[in-house]
Design a protein around this ligand. Structure first.
Ligand code: CP
Ligand code: NVA
Length: 302
Protein backbone atom coordinates (compact mmCIF):
# COMPACT_ATOMS: atom_id res chain seq x y z
CA UNK A 1 0.00 0.00 0.00
CA UNK A 2 1.37 3.39 -1.00
CA UNK A 3 1.05 6.39 1.31
CA UNK A 4 1.90 9.84 -0.05
CA UNK A 5 3.38 11.49 3.03
CA UNK A 6 5.76 13.35 0.74
CA UNK A 7 6.46 13.38 -2.97
CA UNK A 8 9.33 10.91 -2.75
CA UNK A 9 7.01 8.21 -1.48
CA UNK A 10 6.63 7.83 -5.23
CA UNK A 11 9.60 6.57 -7.21
CA UNK A 12 10.80 8.77 -10.05
CA UNK A 13 9.05 6.43 -12.48
CA UNK A 14 5.81 6.46 -10.46
CA UNK A 15 5.88 10.26 -10.34
CA UNK A 16 6.13 10.37 -14.13
CA UNK A 17 3.29 7.82 -14.40
CA UNK A 18 1.02 9.83 -12.08
CA UNK A 19 1.72 13.03 -14.03
CA UNK A 20 1.04 11.24 -17.33
CA UNK A 21 -2.18 9.87 -15.88
CA UNK A 22 -3.18 13.35 -14.71
CA UNK A 23 -2.52 14.79 -18.17
CA UNK A 24 -4.56 12.01 -19.79
CA UNK A 25 -7.47 12.57 -17.43
CA UNK A 26 -7.23 16.32 -18.01
CA UNK A 27 -7.34 15.74 -21.75
CA UNK A 28 -10.32 13.42 -21.23
CA UNK A 29 -8.78 10.73 -23.34
CA UNK A 30 -6.53 8.00 -22.03
CA UNK A 31 -5.93 6.76 -25.54
CA UNK A 32 -5.95 3.07 -24.63
CA UNK A 33 -9.57 2.34 -25.43
CA UNK A 34 -10.22 1.06 -21.89
CA UNK A 35 -13.27 2.79 -20.42
CA UNK A 36 -12.41 1.70 -16.89
CA UNK A 37 -9.66 4.31 -16.59
CA UNK A 38 -11.45 6.99 -18.58
CA UNK A 39 -12.83 9.88 -16.48
CA UNK A 40 -16.29 9.02 -17.78
CA UNK A 41 -15.69 5.40 -16.75
CA UNK A 42 -15.72 6.34 -13.05
CA UNK A 43 -12.63 4.42 -11.91
CA UNK A 44 -13.36 5.36 -8.28
CA UNK A 45 -17.00 4.21 -8.24
CA UNK A 46 -18.07 3.33 -4.69
CA UNK A 47 -14.73 4.55 -3.29
CA UNK A 48 -14.72 7.03 -0.40
CA UNK A 49 -12.05 9.55 0.55
CA UNK A 50 -11.99 10.86 4.14
CA UNK A 51 -10.61 14.42 4.22
CA UNK A 52 -9.25 15.56 7.62
CA UNK A 53 -8.59 19.29 7.99
CA UNK A 54 -6.93 20.94 11.00
CA UNK A 55 -6.23 24.07 8.88
CA UNK A 56 -8.36 26.03 6.40
CA UNK A 57 -8.27 25.24 2.68
CA UNK A 58 -9.84 26.41 -0.54
CA UNK A 59 -7.99 24.56 -3.31
CA UNK A 60 -7.13 21.30 -1.55
CA UNK A 61 -10.58 20.73 -0.13
CA UNK A 62 -12.51 21.65 -3.28
CA UNK A 63 -10.19 19.90 -5.75
CA UNK A 64 -10.12 16.63 -3.79
CA UNK A 65 -13.87 16.61 -3.23
CA UNK A 66 -14.63 17.51 -6.84
CA UNK A 67 -12.05 15.06 -8.14
CA UNK A 68 -13.58 12.18 -6.20
CA UNK A 69 -17.04 13.07 -7.56
CA UNK A 70 -15.77 13.31 -11.13
CA UNK A 71 -14.11 9.89 -10.85
CA UNK A 72 -17.31 8.32 -9.56
CA UNK A 73 -16.42 8.29 -5.87
CA UNK A 74 -17.34 10.26 -2.78
CA UNK A 75 -15.46 12.48 -0.30
CA UNK A 76 -16.28 13.26 3.33
CA UNK A 77 -15.10 16.62 4.71
CA UNK A 78 -14.03 16.37 8.36
CA UNK A 79 -13.10 19.72 9.90
CA UNK A 80 -11.27 20.31 13.17
CA UNK A 81 -14.42 20.05 15.29
CA UNK A 82 -16.13 17.24 13.39
CA UNK A 83 -14.28 14.21 14.75
CA UNK A 84 -12.52 13.17 17.94
CA UNK A 85 -9.03 13.80 16.50
CA UNK A 86 -7.59 16.72 18.46
CA UNK A 87 -10.25 16.27 21.16
CA UNK A 88 -8.80 13.37 23.08
CA UNK A 89 -8.64 10.47 20.63
CA UNK A 90 -5.09 9.50 19.64
CA UNK A 91 -4.14 9.69 15.97
CA UNK A 92 -3.54 5.95 15.81
CA UNK A 93 -7.08 5.17 17.01
CA UNK A 94 -8.67 7.62 14.56
CA UNK A 95 -6.52 6.16 11.78
CA UNK A 96 -7.52 2.56 12.46
CA UNK A 97 -11.23 3.40 12.60
CA UNK A 98 -11.24 5.54 9.43
CA UNK A 99 -9.37 2.82 7.56
CA UNK A 100 -12.21 0.38 8.30
CA UNK A 101 -14.76 2.62 6.52
CA UNK A 102 -13.00 4.45 3.71
CA UNK A 103 -10.69 3.69 0.80
CA UNK A 104 -8.35 6.69 1.09
CA UNK A 105 -7.52 9.31 3.72
CA UNK A 106 -6.31 12.82 2.90
CA UNK A 107 -5.10 14.88 5.86
CA UNK A 108 -4.12 18.52 6.32
CA UNK A 109 -2.54 18.79 9.76
CA UNK A 110 -0.03 21.00 11.55
CA UNK A 111 2.42 18.40 12.85
CA UNK A 112 4.04 16.33 10.10
CA UNK A 113 4.41 13.48 12.61
CA UNK A 114 0.61 13.21 12.72
CA UNK A 115 0.34 12.39 9.02
CA UNK A 116 3.17 9.89 9.44
CA UNK A 117 1.16 8.31 12.29
CA UNK A 118 -2.00 8.26 10.18
CA UNK A 119 -0.09 6.53 7.40
CA UNK A 120 1.39 4.03 9.85
CA UNK A 121 -1.91 3.06 11.44
CA UNK A 122 -4.57 3.47 8.72
CA UNK A 123 -5.07 0.39 6.59
CA UNK A 124 -5.71 2.50 3.47
CA UNK A 125 -3.52 4.93 1.49
CA UNK A 126 -2.95 8.21 3.35
CA UNK A 127 -2.28 11.37 1.32
CA UNK A 128 -0.64 14.43 2.85
CA UNK A 129 -2.80 17.48 2.06
CA UNK A 130 -0.24 19.81 3.70
CA UNK A 131 1.66 19.72 6.97
CA UNK A 132 4.03 22.25 8.47
CA UNK A 133 6.83 20.43 6.60
CA UNK A 134 5.48 19.26 3.25
CA UNK A 135 2.83 19.66 0.53
CA UNK A 136 3.30 16.87 -2.02
CA UNK A 137 -0.07 17.33 -3.75
CA UNK A 138 0.93 20.91 -4.52
CA UNK A 139 4.17 19.61 -6.04
CA UNK A 140 2.26 17.26 -8.33
CA UNK A 141 0.22 20.20 -9.66
CA UNK A 142 3.36 22.36 -9.92
CA UNK A 143 5.21 19.78 -12.00
CA UNK A 144 2.16 19.26 -14.23
CA UNK A 145 1.91 23.02 -14.77
CA UNK A 146 5.60 23.43 -15.52
CA UNK A 147 5.63 20.67 -18.09
CA UNK A 148 2.56 22.16 -19.79
CA UNK A 149 4.28 25.52 -20.17
CA UNK A 150 7.98 24.70 -20.61
CA UNK A 151 10.46 22.18 -21.84
CA UNK A 152 13.39 21.83 -19.47
CA UNK A 153 13.05 25.20 -17.67
CA UNK A 154 15.13 26.73 -14.89
CA UNK A 155 13.09 27.61 -11.82
CA UNK A 156 13.88 30.08 -9.02
CA UNK A 157 12.15 29.79 -5.67
CA UNK A 158 12.17 33.16 -3.88
CA UNK A 159 10.94 33.36 -0.28
CA UNK A 160 10.43 30.99 2.61
CA UNK A 161 11.98 27.52 2.52
CA UNK A 162 8.67 26.24 3.87
CA UNK A 163 6.40 23.21 3.39
CA UNK A 164 5.54 24.03 -0.23
CA UNK A 165 9.17 24.76 -1.05
CA UNK A 166 10.45 21.60 0.61
CA UNK A 167 8.23 19.22 -1.34
CA UNK A 168 8.95 21.17 -4.51
CA UNK A 169 12.71 20.87 -3.94
CA UNK A 170 12.40 17.08 -3.77
CA UNK A 171 9.91 16.88 -6.65
CA UNK A 172 12.05 19.14 -8.83
CA UNK A 173 15.06 16.93 -8.12
CA UNK A 174 13.03 13.86 -9.10
CA UNK A 175 11.78 15.54 -12.29
CA UNK A 176 15.27 16.69 -13.28
CA UNK A 177 14.45 20.40 -13.05
CA UNK A 178 17.13 23.02 -12.63
CA UNK A 179 16.21 24.87 -9.40
CA UNK A 180 17.72 27.69 -7.37
CA UNK A 181 16.26 28.47 -3.94
CA UNK A 182 16.70 31.99 -2.53
CA UNK A 183 15.71 32.40 1.12
CA UNK A 184 16.70 34.83 3.86
CA UNK A 185 19.29 33.45 6.30
CA UNK A 186 17.57 31.20 8.81
CA UNK A 187 14.67 30.33 6.48
CA UNK A 188 16.34 27.79 4.22
CA UNK A 189 15.16 24.31 3.35
CA UNK A 190 15.95 21.66 5.97
CA UNK A 191 19.25 19.84 5.49
CA UNK A 192 17.38 16.53 5.41
CA UNK A 193 15.28 17.74 2.48
CA UNK A 194 18.40 18.88 0.61
CA UNK A 195 19.93 15.46 1.27
CA UNK A 196 16.84 13.77 -0.23
CA UNK A 197 17.15 15.99 -3.33
CA UNK A 198 20.85 15.12 -3.47
CA UNK A 199 19.82 11.46 -3.40
CA UNK A 200 18.16 12.00 -6.78
CA UNK A 201 21.42 13.47 -8.07
CA UNK A 202 19.90 16.90 -8.59
CA UNK A 203 19.97 19.14 -5.47
CA UNK A 204 19.03 22.82 -5.86
CA UNK A 205 21.46 25.70 -5.74
CA UNK A 206 20.85 27.75 -2.60
CA UNK A 207 21.43 31.46 -2.10
CA UNK A 208 20.30 34.44 -0.03
CA UNK A 209 20.21 36.69 -3.12
CA UNK A 210 16.85 36.83 -4.97
CA UNK A 211 18.26 38.75 -7.96
CA UNK A 212 21.01 36.16 -8.45
CA UNK A 213 18.47 33.34 -8.15
CA UNK A 214 16.16 34.67 -10.87
CA UNK A 215 18.97 35.74 -13.23
CA UNK A 216 18.95 32.53 -15.29
CA UNK A 217 15.40 31.46 -14.52
CA UNK A 218 12.36 30.97 -16.75
CA UNK A 219 9.99 30.67 -13.79
CA UNK A 220 9.84 32.41 -10.39
CA UNK A 221 7.91 30.57 -7.67
CA UNK A 222 6.97 32.03 -4.31
CA UNK A 223 4.68 31.37 -1.35
CA UNK A 224 3.49 33.31 1.68
CA UNK A 225 6.00 34.44 4.29
CA UNK A 226 3.50 33.84 7.11
CA UNK A 227 2.18 30.31 6.79
CA UNK A 228 -0.88 29.00 8.61
CA UNK A 229 -0.01 28.64 12.29
CA UNK A 230 2.81 31.24 12.13
CA UNK A 231 0.60 34.29 12.70
CA UNK A 232 2.33 35.15 16.00
CA UNK A 233 5.65 35.48 14.12
CA UNK A 234 4.21 37.86 11.56
CA UNK A 235 6.11 41.07 12.48
CA UNK A 236 9.42 39.25 12.78
CA UNK A 237 8.96 37.42 9.47
CA UNK A 238 7.93 40.55 7.55
CA UNK A 239 11.16 42.20 8.71
CA UNK A 240 13.31 39.15 7.97
CA UNK A 241 11.91 38.80 4.41
CA UNK A 242 12.54 42.39 3.37
CA UNK A 243 14.00 42.34 -0.15
CA UNK A 244 12.39 39.02 -1.05
CA UNK A 245 9.11 40.38 -2.43
CA UNK A 246 8.39 39.27 -6.00
CA UNK A 247 7.76 42.52 -7.86
CA UNK A 248 7.30 43.07 -11.59
CA UNK A 249 10.90 44.33 -11.62
CA UNK A 250 12.27 41.12 -10.11
CA UNK A 251 9.97 39.01 -12.27
CA UNK A 252 10.88 40.65 -15.60
CA UNK A 253 9.54 38.46 -18.42
CA UNK A 254 9.64 35.26 -16.37
CA UNK A 255 6.55 33.21 -15.51
CA UNK A 256 5.21 33.55 -11.96
CA UNK A 257 4.04 30.59 -9.89
CA UNK A 258 2.39 30.76 -6.47
CA UNK A 259 0.62 27.90 -4.71
CA UNK A 260 -1.96 30.36 -3.32
CA UNK A 261 -3.46 31.79 -1.23
CA UNK A 262 -1.30 34.89 -1.85
CA UNK A 263 -0.72 37.73 0.59
CA UNK A 264 -0.50 40.61 -1.88
CA UNK A 265 1.88 43.31 -0.70
CA UNK A 266 3.96 40.78 1.23
CA UNK A 267 5.67 38.02 -0.77
CA UNK A 268 4.22 39.24 -4.10
CA UNK A 269 2.86 42.50 -5.42
CA UNK A 270 -0.66 42.79 -6.79
CA UNK A 271 0.56 43.85 -10.23
CA UNK A 272 2.92 40.87 -10.50
CA UNK A 273 0.15 38.45 -9.55
CA UNK A 274 -2.33 40.09 -11.93
CA UNK A 275 0.20 40.25 -14.78
CA UNK A 276 0.12 38.03 -17.86
CA UNK A 277 3.27 36.37 -16.51
CA UNK A 278 1.29 34.68 -13.73
CA UNK A 279 0.39 31.07 -14.42
CA UNK A 280 -1.10 30.65 -10.96
CA UNK A 281 -4.62 29.84 -12.17
CA UNK A 282 -3.36 27.02 -14.37
CA UNK A 283 -1.40 25.87 -11.32
CA UNK A 284 -4.53 26.02 -9.13
CA UNK A 285 -6.62 24.17 -11.74
CA UNK A 286 -3.99 21.47 -11.98
CA UNK A 287 -4.51 20.57 -8.32
CA UNK A 288 -7.72 18.90 -9.54
CA UNK A 289 -6.16 17.02 -12.45
CA UNK A 290 -2.99 16.02 -10.59
CA UNK A 291 -4.95 14.61 -7.65
CA UNK A 292 -7.33 12.76 -9.95
CA UNK A 293 -4.27 11.19 -11.55
CA UNK A 294 -2.91 10.29 -8.13
CA UNK A 295 -6.20 8.84 -6.83
CA UNK A 296 -6.78 6.78 -9.98
CA UNK A 297 -3.20 5.48 -9.81
CA UNK A 298 -3.47 4.67 -6.08
CA UNK A 299 -6.69 2.73 -6.68
CA UNK A 300 -4.85 0.57 -9.20
CA UNK A 301 -2.07 -0.27 -6.71
CA UNK A 302 -4.31 -2.27 -4.37
N1 CP B 1 -2.34 25.70 -2.33
C1 CP B 1 -3.21 25.20 -1.43
O1 CP B 1 -3.01 24.13 -0.84
O2 CP B 1 -4.31 25.96 -1.24
P1 CP B 1 -5.42 25.78 -0.11
O3 CP B 1 -4.78 26.18 1.20
O4 CP B 1 -6.51 26.73 -0.52
O5 CP B 1 -5.87 24.37 -0.08
N1 NVA C 1 2.93 27.77 3.18
C1 NVA C 1 1.50 27.94 3.18
C2 NVA C 1 0.90 27.11 2.12
C3 NVA C 1 -0.60 27.17 2.00
C4 NVA C 1 -1.14 26.30 0.92
C5 NVA C 1 0.95 27.55 4.54
O1 NVA C 1 1.41 26.54 5.09
O2 NVA C 1 0.09 28.26 5.06
Amino acid sequence: MTDIVDIDDLTTGELATVLDRAAEIKAGNTGDGDASDDPAGEPLANRTLAMLFEKPSTRTRISFETGMTQLGGHAIFLGPDDIHLGHGEPVKDTARAIGRYTDFVMARVFDHADVVDLATWADVPVINGLTDDAHPCQTLADLLTIREHFEDPSVAWVGDGNNVCQSFVVGAAMAGLDLTVATPPGYGVDDGVLARAEGFGNPPETTHDPAAAVAGADVVYTDVWVSMGQEDDRAEKLADFEGFQVTTDLLGDRALMHCLPAHRGEEVTDDALESDNAIVWDQAENRLHAQKGLLAWLAEQE
